[in-house]
Design a protein around this ligand. Structure first.
Ligand code: RP5
Length: 152
């Protein structure tokens, strides 16, 4: 197996069921990916170390899924020049609105491409589209995927 091209981090084990869909979509498109739990708040050192080492280890896109005070995507963006996609997750009394605002409202210069609350599938597809800029086979698979939707 080759090195993962997409690194997916989640803030808690409780985020795994939703973000598993992101991993599955990537794998269905033939993209090597890994999904790890690493909280920006509860394990900041490991999160920082992952972000700093990601590009060197072959990762080309980072995806972060977190709920509530969701700073995981922003933490990755602050430590890496790789594109970062944020997935705000529904969790707690505000049901994802808190995570949406925490993820999307990044300061100028440190963007996080934020998808919808619970948008794990779109995060995977956006990551695939970024990788497809340099990968004609993947581009063909994405076009075929869209054609399949049209047929449905
Ligand atoms: C966030 O708080 C996590 O990303 C999760 O969405 C939420 C709840 O975490 P747990 O209390 O289930 O660990 O940090």
């Amino acid at each position: 197996m080759s090195e993962p091209r997409v690194g997916i981090l989640i803030g808690s084990e409780s985020d795994r069921p939703v973000m598993q869909e992101c991993l599955k979509r990537l794998q269905d498109l033939g993209i090597e990916a890994e999904l790890l739990v690493s909280s920006a708040h509860r394990n900041p050192e490991a999160t920082r170390a992952y972000a700093r080492a990601a590009q060197e280890s072959g990762v080309r896109v980072l995806i972060a899924g977190a709920g509530m005070a969701a700073h995981l995507a922003g933490a990755l963006a602050s430590e890496s020049i790789l594109p970062v996609i944020g997935v705000p997750l529904e969790s707690g009394p505000l049901r994802g609105m808190d995570a949406l605002l925490a993820t999307v409202q990044m300061p100028t210069g440190l963007p996080v491409a934020t998808v919808a609350i619970g948008g794990a599938a779109n995060a995977a597809i956006l990551a695939a589209q970024i990788l497809a800029l340099e990968d004609a086979d993947l581009r063909a698979r994405l076009i075929a995927m869209r054609a399949g939707w049209k047929a449905k």
